[in-house]
Design a protein around this ligand. Structure first.
Ligand SMILES: O=P(O)(O)OC[C@H]1O[C@](O)(COP(=O)(O)O)[C@@H](O)[C@@H]1O
Ligand SMILES: [Mg+2]
Ligand SMILES: [Mg+2]
Length: 334
């Protein structure tokens, strides 16, 4: 009897294909799934628990006011992974510097990055939010402390990337470099079940996704391109609908399943855009590319960028290949 494929079994089957695997990487993915279930519960009860909604009273490394749920999610993911000691360093949106780790982590072979709670401006309105993660193999020698060098690697070196969407269902999507698989949490049994195997981003769409509230500060070519989507004079030959949630996880999730593009460009005020390279742009770019799409910062691919800083920002344009090719040609002349 085969039965439904749950996440734990999927990870185990994937590991079996690599006879030299130690199980460290599988343990990391399993702990991320466990943390996702805990955060999902916190998100579900946020509206009725005073200690979960509202502001924390601190500002994070990007200058955003921290919500209580940002901090709760950060702790849950760190604590879940702390048990297994398989990583040597961890970077998070909520911590300016990587957290100091005890000596036993010197053996850890991986470096992990998190946006523990993405879309936090939507928390108070019961709108979909998420978690984003990215995993690298460490580059400094085992036995020493992990350093920023282990985290600041270009996106094409990621060994895994994924996100959890806390929406009308909780879903976990990830890639280990062999396609993209999507799991839906069955709340009755508390298991993530494989519901969308080997996702390919479709080449047809009805939607484009960008915060048009910033359009007065956009580059003229971008403004003209987005305007063309409201006419029939575009590659689609039809008027597109705008869809913008304001949680990257939710906007990317829709793009992955429904095609089109999602963008957070630079503008005259935010000269590098808003999204963070290491724990927003890179993991989502890997997922989109693994699903057959493209993710660019403008002239080039996001995954090729050599990072400078943990909280570095980068413009993001991602979606189906056809959509991003057309946008890149119209806006960046490539
Ligand atoms: O409100 P804006 O300017 O459109 O920004 C929305 C973007 O900012 C973010 O919320 C930033 O994420 P955080 O909530 O993790 O800081 C993205 O999820 C989203 O794409
Ligand atoms: Mg975010
Ligand atoms: Mg966040």
């Amino acid at each position: 009897m085969q039965g439904p494929m749950n996440l734990t079994r999927f990870i185990y089957e994937t590991q079996k294909a690599f006879p030299t695997a130690t199980g460290d990487f599988s343990a990391i993915l399993n702990q991320i799934a466990l943390a996702a279930k805990i955060v999902s519960l916190e998100v579900n009860r946020a509206g009725i628990m005073e200690d979960v909604l509202g502001y924390q009273g601190e500002v994070n490394a990007s200058g955003d006011a921290q919500k209580k749920l940002d901090v709760i999610a950060d702790n849950v993911f760190f604590n879940a992974l702390e048990h297994i000691e398989k990583f040597c360093i961890m970077g998070s949106e909520e911590n300016e510097q990587p957290v100091k780790l005890p000596a036993q982590y010197k053996k850890g072979r991986y470096a992990i990055l998190f946006d523990p709670l993405d879309g936090s401006s939507n928390i108070d309105f019961n709108v979909s939010i998420g978690t984003i993660f990215s995993v690298y193999r460490r580059v400094t020698p085992e036995g020493g402390d992990g350093t920023l060098q282990d985290l600041l690697q270009p996106g094409y070196k990621q060994v895994a990337a994924g996100y959890v969407l806390y929406g009308s269902s909780t879903m976990m999507t990830f890639t280990t470099g062999q396609g993209v698989n999507m799991f839906t949490l069955d709340p009755q049994i508390g298991e993530f079940i494989l519901t969308h195997p080997d996702i390919r981003i479709p080449d047809t769409t009805r939607y484009y996704s960008i915060n048009e509230g910033n359009s007065a500060n956009w580059d003229e070519k971008l403004a003209a391109y987005v305007d063309s989507l409201k006419t029939t004079d575009n590659i689609y030959g039809k008027v597109l609908s705008g869809r913008y949630i304001g949680s990257m996880v939710a906007d990317v999730h829709r793009t992955l399943l429904g095609g089109g593009f999602f963008a957070y460009p630079s503008d005259r005020i935010n000269t590098s855009g808003k999204l963070r390279l290491m724990y927003e742009a890179n993991p989502m770019a890997m997922i989109i590319e693994q699903a057959g799409g493209r993710a660019i910062y403008g002239e080039g691919d996001i995954l090729g960028i050599i990072p400078r800083a943990l909280h570095q920002k980068i413009p993001v344009y991602l979606g189906s290949k056809r959509d991003i090719d057309a946008l890149q040609k119209a806006v960046f002349g490539k």
